[in-house]
Design a binder for this molecule. Structure first.
Ligand SMILES: [Zn+2]
Length: 247
């Protein structure tokens, strides 16, 4: 009887250790998804309907914040492998956060490749059209899920630039204008506005080919967590706040 108890106890202890190991060690299933010259590494962990993305290759603080987050969170993380902001396409360049619509991509291709002919732009747009759905399918969360994008900014860009483009805005920290949430869902806006961080809601806006615009158009919950480059502490804190408060 005693022996049975011991072995049962041992079994439970062993099971508990195994359970915590499986809960702690990420179940990694590395794979990739690409569009034009943009290539994303995918880290999947657990079965959460959370999706995370770092889309600009030169935003190293966002990369660090994402990797730290994925030590404790479940979901699928998409980290761009390119190291520069813009990625190669058909001998030219494009901002990977302008690829999500043909119209947005066209405007960006013309801006970044001013010497391109109409035919070159058309060929690049056709290339994007052929691969866009696959990337979107990979990136977007299942119904009701949340897509979190991590960005860093430098220079003059701040929440002030987004306020005039937004449906709603709340700037409780005007002294820290580079740190803000940008979301597409009014309910998420209400929750995140209590964080004490700056926030804007963008349900409507010009079609620029960005991921936020795609999500707003499709009614997908999206939150961009944006901070100044190098401000890892703030970016991690904003992510933690989001994780604690958003279901
Ligand atoms: Zn960015």
């Amino acid at each position: 009887m005693t022996g049975e108890r011991v072995s049962r106890r041992d079994f439970l202890v062993f099971g508990g250790i195994l359970g915590s190991l499986f809960g702690w060690i990420p179940f990694l299933r590395p794979s990739h998804v690409s569009l034009a010259g943009a290539r994303f590494r995918i880290i999947r962990k657990g079965h959460s309907n959370r999706r995370y993305v770092v889309i600009h290759g030169d935003e190293q603080t966002a990369r660090q914040a994402l990797r730290r987050l994925m030590q404790s969170q479940e979901g699928a993380a998409f980290e761009i492998e390119n190291q520069s902001r813009n990625v190669p396409i058909a001998g030219g360049r494009i901002d990977p956060n302008r690829m999500f619509s043909r119209a947005g991509a066209e405007a960006d291709l013309k801006k970044l490749n001013p010497d391109w002919t109409r035919a070159q732009i058309g060929a690049a747009l056709d290339l994007l059209d052929r691969g866009r759905a696959r990337l979107i399918h990979a990136l977007l969360p299942p119904r009701g899920g949340l897509l979190v994008a991590l960005h860093n900014n430098t220079g003059e860009y701040s929440v002030a630039d987004e306020e005039s483009l937004s449906d709603r805005g709340f700037v409780p920290r005007p002294d820290h204008p580079h740190a803000f949430y940008l979301c597409t869902d009014p309910a998420d806006y209400q929750v995140l506005a209590a964080s004490g961080y700056n926030i804007v809601l963008q349900q409507h806006g010009p079609e620029d080919g960005s991921l936020s615009r795609l999500c707003a158009t499709r009614g997908v919950r999206y939150v961009n967590v944006e901070t100044a480059r190098g401000d890892l502490t703030t970016q991690v804190d904003m992510l933690n706040w989001l994780e604690w408060k958003l279901a």
